[in-house]
Design a protein around this ligand. Structure first.
Ligand SMILES: CC(C)(COP(=O)(O)OP(=O)(O)OC[C@H]1O[C@@H](n2cnc3c(N)ncnc32)[C@H](O)[C@@H]1OP(=O)(O)O)[C@@H](O)C(=O)NCCC(=O)NCCS
Length: 157
């Protein structure tokens, strides 16, 4: 088992495995993410096969500080509940701690995603905002969508 900050042809791997890691981005969004200089990604390999990924980026908070936003955490369906997601998150934190400019990690997750929320809370992430009706149904704009929760962990205080 090991972690890498980059892999050969990451865009290709993400596109081919997006269903298995529950990523709902299209090809253009994936390509744009990987061409962004501020993007920050971690891949988890076991026996040289990729099992999971964190897609993140650094964003400017104020004049001095940066925040890291996790855009997606995904583990291949057959490798869930084996500690991969937890270890990816711990590895991200260790990396972030080495960069003193970054003061926090935050993310947005659907309120219905109890599994992910449990994982983030186990790691010490705290909810700080809720966006009601955030995930709209594009086919029925009058339908009530799922709410999103924003979670944050302060790092390098
Ligand atoms: C969320 C996800 C990344 C978890 O990855 P994972 O490798 O299966 O998680 P882990 O095995 O590391 O579990 C860590 C903790 O998460 C929680 N958890 C994970 N799977 C769970 C499940 N099926 N039911 C309840 N809690 C669960 C538990 O708190 C667990 O700790 P524990 O084993 O001590 O109880 C994975 O389910 C996934 O890829 N889901 C689809 C994508 C997604 O929803 N991403 C998050 C939104 S950005």
């Amino acid at each position: 088992m090991n972690f890498s900050l980059n892999i050969h042809e990451p865009v290709k791997w993400i596109i081919e495995n997006s269903f298995d890691i529950d990523l709902k981005w299209n090809k253009k969004q994936i390509e744009e993410h990987f061409s962004n200089k501020k993007s920050f990604n971690i891949f988890y390999k076991d026996e040289n096969v990729l099992r999971g990924v964190i897609l993140a980026h650094e964003i400017f908070d104020d004049n001095r500080n940066y925040e890291c936003e996790i855009l997606h955490l995904g583990v291949m369906k057959n490798y869930r509940k084996m500690g991969v997601g937890f270890q990816l998150m711990q590895f991200l934190e260790k990396k972030i701690c080495l960069n003193e400019k970054i003061t926090s990690i935050f993310l947005e997750v659907s309120k219905q995603n109890k599994i992910a929320i449990k994982l983030y809370q186990k790691l010490g992430y705290k909810p700080y905002r809720e966006r009601k009706n955030y995930y709209k149904n594009l086919l029925d704009i009058n339908a009530i969508g799922e709410s999103a929760i924003l979670l944050k962990k302060i790092i390098n205080e």
